[in-house]
Design a protein around this ligand. Structure first.
Ligand code: SMG
Ligand code: MG
Length: 367
């Protein structure tokens, strides 16, 4: 196949409620959607960076630059297979979210043309995936607000709750939500907000019978996570620290994590995500699918990959309505706490043209 043009559509989607984590409070999601035109047709990629480099070093303006000046030129106009994209752009260091978006767009174009679904291509063995939901820190710091929000998710049918935590917002909210939800699956995510000095404090979470604690300490502090994992009964799961298949295996071997959050954008795309899945499955390490408040495009790919056999824990694969009143594609609607894996060609979703136009705040040619 041959890539003929790449255009970035920056869309702004208002969130149904603010999403507060240990690193930011978001009211509106600004996301880059890549329209990749090839001789086989059009595909769509989603870049999961944000306007500000707060979750990781990546941010939208940098993603646009690296795509335009370094990544897109390496794939444009050549006779390639979709699977060649990671190798072609490998000499460029870093920027996994940008490179993942380009790979996703090319692969979607190819699979749409071939009539093969994302799930079938990657080896899905399920038609449905369980839905977990990530619950932010209330902007009013109120436990009552948290309880009301979580009760809404319980009523909607979610099968696993993840609470965002940070110093000062950890033991008490976790205790209250554990009481509220009984024996249902519960986990917490700190987005690096603690340090090695907090190990005693974090061990106090053990009494809440959590599935896992996600990325409690700084992403580069592997020893800190290893020391925590040795002390804490709750399994330690890494998110931001995991950047590739080989680094995931290193972290597991070193003892820094017992469970892996697989987020395609963070590791440079779905092809690398699948490699992490295969390694973890082979080694008996549980994995689950992380989320970056994706639109229906990224959500489609996530739901498909979450249906691979190694994804034994519910992911942050929530319904579109968790974040958006209006998604850019046909929305993902939960049924009995699950989402159906798309079975249409490619992602099984495309932007709805009028909606895309209405939500777009900038269009940037990248080729
Ligand atoms: O898509 O449900 C979702 C979001 C899940 O909590 C979520 N993601 O660290 O795991 C994480 C956060 C990062 C989101 S910041 C944009
Ligand atoms: Mg996380």
């Amino acid at each position: 196949m041959r890539v003929e043009s790449v255009v970035a559509h920056e869309v702004a989607l208002p969130l149904v409620r603010p999403f507060r984590t240990s690193f930011s409070t978001e009211h509106e999601r600004h996301v880059l959607l890549l329209e990749v035109t090839t001789d086989e047709g059009v595909g769509w990629g989603e870049c999961v960076s944000s306007p500000d480099p707060l979750y990781s070093h990546e941010f939208n303006a940098a993603a646009l630059l690296v795509l335009r000046d370094h990544l897109v030129p390496r794939v444009m106009g050549k006779d390639i297979e979709a699977e060649d994209v990671p190798g072609l752009i490998k000499p460029v260091r870093g920027h996994p979210m940008a490179r993942g978006a380009l790979e996703m767009g090319v692969l979607d174009a190819h699979l749409k043309n071939a009539g093969q679904s994302w799930g079938s291509y990657f080896g899905s063995n399920r038609e449905w995936v369980d839905c977990g939901v990530s619950v932010g820190i209330p902007v009013d710091d109120s436990i009552d607000t948290l309880v009301t929000e979580v009760q809404g998710y319980l009523d909607a049918g979610y099968r696993r709750i993840k609470l965002k935590i940070q110093p000062g917002w950890d033991l008490e909210p976790t205790r209250v939500i554990r009481e509220l939800i009984g024996g249902m699956r519960l986990q917490v995510d700190a987005n690096q907000a603690y340090s090695r000095d907090s190990i005693d404090h974090l061990c106090a979470l053990d009494e809440f019978d959590l599935l896992l604690i996600e990325q409690p300490i700084h992403e580069e502090d592997y020893l800190g996570h290893k020391l925590l994992a040795e002390r804490m009964q709750t399994p330690v799961c890494l998110d931001e620290s995991v950047l590739s298949r080989d680094n995931a295996e290193s972290l597991i071997d070193y003892g820094a994590c017992e469970i892996v959050n697989i987020k395609a954008g963070r590791v440079g795309g779905y092809i690398e995500a699948k490699k992490i899945h295969d390694m973890a499955l082979h080694r008996g390490i549980p994995v689950w699918c992380g989320g970056m408040e994706e639109t229906g495009l990224g959500r489609a790919a996530n739901v498909a990959i979450a249906s691979l056999p190694g994804f034994t824990l519910p992911g942050d694969t929530s319904a579109s309505s968790r974040f958006y009143k209006q998604d850019v594609t046909e929305p993902f609607v939960m049924e009995d706490g699950r989402l159906r894996v798309p079975d249409g060609p490619g992602l099984g979703r495309t932007p709805i043209p009028d909606v895309l136009t209405a939500l777009t705040v900038a269009t940037t040619p990248l080729s």
